[in-house]
Design a protein around this ligand. Sequence first.
Ligand SMILES: NC(=O)c1ccc[n+]([C@@H]2O[C@H](COP(=O)([O-])OP(=O)(O)OC[C@H]3O[C@@H](n4cnc5c(N)ncnc54)[C@H](O)[C@@H]3O)[C@@H](O)[C@H]2O)c1
Length: 259
Amino acid sequence: MEKINNILSLFKLDGEKAIVTGGGRGLGRAISIALAEAGADVAIVDKLTEEVKETVSIIEKFGRKVIAIKADVCKEEEVKKSVQIVIREFGKIDILVCNAGIVSWIPAEEMTLEEWQKLMDVNLNGVFLYCKWVGQEMIKKKKGSIINVSSMSAYIVNVPQKQCHYNASKAAVVQLTKSLAVEWAPYNVRVNVVCPGYIMTPLLKEADNKLLDEWTSISPQKRIADPSELKGIFVFLASQAASYFTGSAIIADGGYTLW
Ligand SMILES: NC(=O)c1ccc[n+]([C@@H]2O[C@H](COP(=O)([O-])OP(=O)(O)OC[C@H]3O[C@@H](n4cnc5c(N)ncnc54)[C@H](O)[C@@H]3O)[C@@H](O)[C@H]2O)c1
């Protein structure tokens, strides 16, 4: 007979240690808060400082340990050092969320190689570097959950803005995730990816109202998500409730990619 467990206990992250890149604001802030609410101690890595202080003070209210580390996800030395700091402070890393990302809108025929590379550096190389350095620690402990942040742009071409580099970077993050899931399954390290639709973060607030209206009208739910609506999927993937999930790409877009 199946043992009766409290299903909700599988979602708890008590005693777990997490790193969230780009956790200072936007979606990364919501993810950091969600993991802390579920019981984890959280290390936030970001280039920003003021925004990170605000995230830290919100998390402290839950009585969790939280540390802020200033690092650029594109610079391998800074990535490596930040991972060492987290190991020193927390003793281990159970959860990694590679969330830091940027966007710019430039027609392909006008895009310079520098513009292409700058975006790839953050959105793809930054994800690879954190997966590599944190993955080494998780492999040693034979335990870990990595959640990368891609986008629905991995699957569709957004309109009307032109962002071929962004779309390509996000598609690459999905395939990187699947490759790591296979490589690291023998070490009990799960690697999944979340592909959100439009979320009202500081990144999106920079868009003009005409664009926001256009995206809203295309969306089946006729709205843009609040970052808090994505919290559940990150807690789920981080937790034991998702023990059979690896290499999964979860589209969370209010139905945007359905038509
Ligand atoms: N907002 C959306 O509509 C949307 C939709 C799909 C996917 N996403 C993805 O979600 C993630 C978070 O986006 P957001 O909307 O919260 O953006 P945001 O700009 O509001 O926040 C991004 C955070 O990443 C940090 N960051 C950027 N470059 C960095 C670097 N080189 N090193 C360290 N930190 C860096 C920023 O300082 C910031 O705190 C991104 O990967 C983005 O592509 C966002």
